[in-house]
Design a protein around this ligand. Sequence first.
Ligand SMILES: Cc1cc2nc3c(=O)[nH]c(=O)nc-3n(C[C@H](O)[C@H](O)[C@H](O)COP(=O)(O)OP(=O)(O)OC[C@H]3O[C@@H](n4cnc5c(N)ncnc54)[C@H](O)[C@@H]3O)c2cc1C
Length: 450
Amino acid sequence: MGRSVGILGGGLAGLALSALLAARGHHVTVYERDQLGGKLRRLEVGGLTFDTGPSLFTVPQVWRAYLDRLGEPDPLNLQPLPGGLGQYHTPHGPVPLPVPPGHALFADWQRYVRMAAPLAPHLLTLLTTPPRLTDPAFLRASAALFRVTGPHLTAAAWLRARHFPPALSHALATQALNAGLAPQDAPALYALLPALVGAEVMRPARGMGALLEALKDSAAARGVVLREGEAVTRISGTALMLNGTEAVRHDLLVSALDPVRLAALRGQRAPSPLARRTVSGVALYAALPEPTSLPATSVLPPDDFRAFRAAVRAGEWPSSTLALVHAEGRRLSVLLAAPATGAAVTPEHPWVQAQLRRIEETLGVPGLLASAQAVTALPPAHYAAGGHPGGALYGAAVPPWRGGPLHPQPYRVAPGLWQVGAGVHPGGGLPAILGGALLVDTLLAGTNGR
Ligand SMILES: Cc1cc2nc3c(=O)[nH]c(=O)nc-3n(C[C@H](O)[C@H](O)[C@H](O)COP(=O)(O)OP(=O)(O)OC[C@H]3O[C@@H](n4cnc5c(N)ncnc54)[C@H](O)[C@@H]3O)c2cc1C
């Protein structure tokens, strides 16, 4: 029988789960304090439209599994991004990922791909299946993961044991930043991502905003009530206070918020106040006067991961950070990994300027950003406003054995109160967000939400 479900937070996770629960006959309302979409939103800069937040749509089989469960065709028209994961400008030389045939590193790349191959058929299971030791599919997938990673818990340890040439090793280590962590802290699985993702680095033909539209449409088509500008200000059992004035009761609540935020709403202390944070970022969106000839994606890893890790852990600006640069016509977007301190910096900040000079020198485009007609920066303060403490992009930094696919997380916080989203599915990019929605939908169906 359909129950009344309140979802707190209308980011991608809350929206994705809302349609799944409505498809099971529940009466679902999503409460969003600001705009639906959370980290993904449309921004106008110098007359051009940018989609903020996620830029690479990887592991699209999770999205297809999501659509299969809803019984819907794919509205996104996902297109491979030219150049795949991009050109990695490591201190040991440039490396394109995936490494193409004919490249000096191609033989090493093939050796690497062969190592990861036994895991590829299990990636979808790892991302979408509740981590239960009684589930044979989960056990098979976990066994495949352990066979490939061996005794190495972290991306750095796995790479050290493989003795790849330094440039390839550095480019692969950079993938740890997809979990918001240095390679010394990220699960070994992250070093395997380029092999597992392969050529399937995608983007909807109409931009990432199309994903938000698709999620909103499928929720609305199933009768989900979407309430924007409605901040949840208190939670007691399965009752909510909205904007401090309106009381609402549901049979079941699902939080798609950061767990620290959820704890505060319940009048409790943060779950683990000592937890370290994943990195935050300074995203810059620039409207250029002319189309650039830069490749679609260029990546400048930190020169030295140890120094980078020490700086972000200490809440200091790393002297060389990860820079992810996307170019498309006159649109240029840059994401700089930054410590999760909630800082409110502008494009003129000396650290931002120093990182932009590094990008311009490395890519051979002096003065590129200075030539922009308009630039908007989204700093850690922006990501902190409705997200994780300090603006951490992926929430708390959990130990490697709890990160990635093994995620034994508190999906059920209390009777009638569940969690979904980046805060409870660490490493939370789109595959983890969508996979986490499938996973929580499965768990809820099994328990009828109690
Ligand atoms: C700059 C950047 C680049 C990224 N790049 C990639 C990428 O290339 N590929 C990829 O896969 N992933 C990427 N990600 C990660 C991905 O965007 C996120 O994991 C995902 O959007 C998180 O979704 P979410 O719903 O869990 O959280 P959020 O988007 O943070 O949603 C939480 C929502 O809760 C709302 N909220 C908070 N408090 C309340 C309250 N009290 N009441 C009601 N509502 C509330 C917030 O306003 C927000 O809308 C990137 C993220 C960022 C920021």
